[in-house]
Design a protein around this ligand. Sequence first.
Ligand code: SF4
Length: 444
Amino acid sequence: MGRTFFITTLGCPKNAADSRQMRRSLLREGYEPAESPYEADYHLINSCSFIQSAREETIQTVLEGADIKKEHSDQKLVLVGCFAQRYEAAVREELPEVDLSFGTGLYHRTGELLSEKFGRPAIHDPLEPSVFSGMEFDGQPYAPVKLSEGCDRKCAFCAIPSFRGAFRSRELAEILQEIRDLTEEGVREVCLVSQDTNAFGGSHQAIIDAISAMHDIPDLHWIRLLYMYPDARTRRFLEAWDPVQLPRLVPYLESPVQHASSRILKAMNRAGDRQSFRDLFQLAREKVPGLEIRTSLLLGFPGEKSEDIDEVHAFLDDCRPEKLALFAYSPEEGTSGFSLPGMPAEENITDRINDVRQHHLSILKDIHLARQDQIFECMVDEISEDGMVVRRKQDAPEVDEVIHIDLETQNSDAGLEPGDLVKVKVTGFFEYDMAGELVTEDDL
Ligand code: SF4
């Protein structure tokens, strides 16, 4: 099954917030946004049943969705939200064009529910496994900014080098100008992306110098580095990272290991092993107080056996990454892995991914408990009538945890706007996201 999705949102502003939660869950699970329902593998309708006209609008939208589905025979139509909850039996019996429906309260599990029902999204041409590939600037206070193009590595599962070409860094002056332009449009955080970030400028010092120059841009609060390949270059960068000198570089390391079994890493033509990943992540945590780690794992590579998955579980226990993306391998034409024999059966891959996910969720629960009552500096991502969504420095936009603040329990939102920085106390947590309250100087 494909991996692109489009969400049609009906109803009130609350539904818009719920759709954003669905989007985060889908991105986390490896799905990618499509520009329109016509290009999507999954068309999700977030429904409303508040009044008669809203119910009619939902039915009309489902019927229109069914017409779109006719033109896209593999597409799945998914009905979510109030209407799906209230009229569960009627949806099953009278709207056969709906392939899956679920009610409110499960928005945060949308990605998993789709994977459970239709199979996990396979990596497809021409993608490398990254949860950030769908990020784009769309008026939010954060934006991706490319540091480079292409890649010189030859990971056995990835077709990117074959069509994006050799690695080349962008000119720093051009990058700085793009960031200045973005800050004029209200962007307060840039996420520095590329296929291979730690190769930028040919040395770790070039990255430090670039980030240092970004510190001179007024109104840019946070700088986030994404996709740091877990090798000696990233180690050298971490050794040189002085958080006092680079206060706007957020305490966050995104470093995709892709596997933890030395045998499979070798077959994937990837660097590192369990021990080197442990050392790298330990160094990051020692150098940068409060740093959190996101990594990804690609399971189901040819030759993978249950012993290799034992290594993955041991890696999770060793390294305890706060955030984890899980991908299922699928052979990609034009890659060296394409013709390798010994691919595990699809149901084995799904079971392995589910087990690893459960393991990670149990680790995440401990991590959440430790965050309870702590105060974090956060960026305001969204403000609506029902509340505010803020994000810690340790959380990347769109895929990591956010903190929901119920404005009814607060005296006021103090005239805040997206992109502002606030202090927030964590008061509770859900599976991934958290609840919190604004903290004022008087509370400290
Ligand atoms: S580092 Fe590997 S996975 Fe990433 S773009 Fe290069 S070849 Fe693909």
